[in-house]
Design a protein around this ligand. Structure first.
Ligand code: DC
Length: 432
């Protein structure tokens, strides 16, 4: 079947629970295309095989069954639909028994040939966003629009638990990646999108940017610009540039764990606090703006303007009020990154102090990714109570991000829960 030239496919591939279905669905809605879930096709065949009491490992019988059934793939306007002998398996496709057997069925070449023909046939009627394992590599190898969606294994496992599904992610990934026919691979020309620590909306924006750069025409003025990040305002940029140059040359700042840095989407940056140098030091890790908290008393009539240009938000250190906490949560919910020092004030002796409980509450209410950071050497460079800067070496250690699962977010309500999360954040900083 030759696809109509004006119809195109956006290929979204990736491992189990990487978030590719959600992404494909939202992209299809945003772009006005049909979303095709190719995994549902493999699941539907598995469902029929099990219904007919055929052993999935008995390849000969599976193929015989495949030849005797009528598979109909269509759409309901936005999403793909599938019936087998006129029956829509519906929610049964997500059952545990299907998760456990689908990789066996998907490894049979005859099954794949049949389903690939049906997948390609979609282009006869419409353009599609199709998600699966081999869409960019085998089904539509010539499409320009390819994204490989990935996420850390523990994040993917947590997502499945959140969905209330039992699914052995690692086992299924291994089976899908090692099979001989059309294994899960990063297709040639595909851009990799790791969404481990991105909000759903930030993931969609990142994907739209990728597609834009792959040549897709997108009528959205925000796309093609820097995502989620605020371009730097003049005064912020000037301070950032100057401090970055000083940090690199005079403090010889050493960064450990740069690969852990989450650079997109809302991030609650949680760092130890030793010196006035900490906020500008952390700002130099990013190439777009972030927000800080600053002692209320620092905001005088003269400094107010400057601090607001540097995105400092006033806070009463001794009695953080709900209004300040709410404004931090709002910033995070709007997709920004905010630096919070859980200890509240600068340390006197350089040791990690006791945290104020606020950060646990902010983490829960905002749902943002938490990035633990530990700075050492800043106290020696500019200690509390001193105004003389010494140019000693400073190290910034960036820890693996903490992402609270939606179960944790839903079940954390009171002071005790917020304290527990605060302690977890402190432990992550202490471990650096
Ligand atoms: O995306 P999913 O988890 O619903 O997919 C179910 C299974 O189907 C998956 O373990 C592998 C298989 N599959 C495939 O082999 N090729 C595709 N294009 C889509 C899914």
């Amino acid at each position: 079947m030759t696809p109509i030239l004006s119809h195109f496919a956006i290929a979204i591939d990736g491992p189990a629970a990487s978030g590719k279905s959600t992404l494909a669905r939202l992209l299809a809605q945003r772009l006005g295309l049909i979303m095709v879930n190719s995994g549902a096709m493999y699941r539907a065949i598995t469902w029929k095989v099990l219904q007919e009491n055929v052993d999935p490992k008995d390849t000969r019988r599976v193929i015989a069954l495949l030849e005797s059934i009528e598979i109909h793939c269509g759409n309901d306007g936005t999403f793909s639909t599938i019936t087998i002998n006129g029956v829509d398996p519906g929610d049964a496709l997500r059952a545990e028994v299907i998760n456990a057997n689908v990789s066996i069925i998907a490894a049979i070449p005859e099954v794949r040939h049949k389903l690939i023909d049906l997948q390609r046939a979609y282009l006869e009627h419409s353009s599609v966003v199709m998600e699966g394992r081999d869409i960019g590599s085998v089904v539509f190898p010539n499409t320009r629009y390819k994204i490989y969606v990935d996420a850390a294994e523990d994040v993917r496992a947590a997502r499945r638990v959140d969905m209330g599904e039992a699914d052995s992610i690692a086992q299924r990934d291994a089976a899908d990646s090692k099979r001989v026919t059309a294994p899960l691979v990063v297709a040639q020309g595909a851009a990799i999108l790791d969404n481990s620590y991105l909000s759903i909306e930030a993931g969609v924006t990142a994907a739209l940017n990728i597609l834009y750069h792959q040549g897709l025409e997108i009528a959205d003025p925000m796309i093609g610009q820097a995502t989620s990040a605020l371009p730097m305002k003049g005064v912020y940029w000037f301070g950032w540039m100057t401090f970055r140059a000083i940090a690199r040359s005079l403090f010889g700042v050493r960064i450990i764990g740069a690969e852990n840095l989450v650079t997109r989407g809302p991030v609650l940056v949680a760092a130890n606090h030793q010196s006035y140098l900490d906020p500008p030091l952390i700002s130099t890790l990013y190439d777009s703006e972030m927000f800080y908290l600053a002692r209320k008393t620092l905001f005088t009539r003269i400094t107010r303007w400057l601090y607001s240009q540097w995105n400092a938000m006033p806070i009463d250190q001794d009695h953080p009020d709900m209004a300040s906490l709410k404004s931090i949560i709002r910033k995070l919910k709007n997709g920004h990154r905010v630096l919070v020092f859980p200890e509240g004030a600068r340390s006197h002796d350089g040791e990690l102090g006791e945290p104020a409980p606020g950060i646990g509450l902010i983490a829960v209410k905002s749902g943002a990714v938490i990035q633990p950071i530990r700075i050492s050497g800043a106290r020696e460079a500019l200690p509390r109570g001193s105004s003389r800067v010494r140019f000693t070496r400073i190290t910034v250690a960036i820890g693996t991000p903490i992402r609270l699962t939606s179960t944790e977010l839903k079940s954390s309500h009171g002071k005790e829960d917020y304290n527990r999360i605060t302690q977890r954040i402190m432990a992550a900083i202490a471990a650096l």
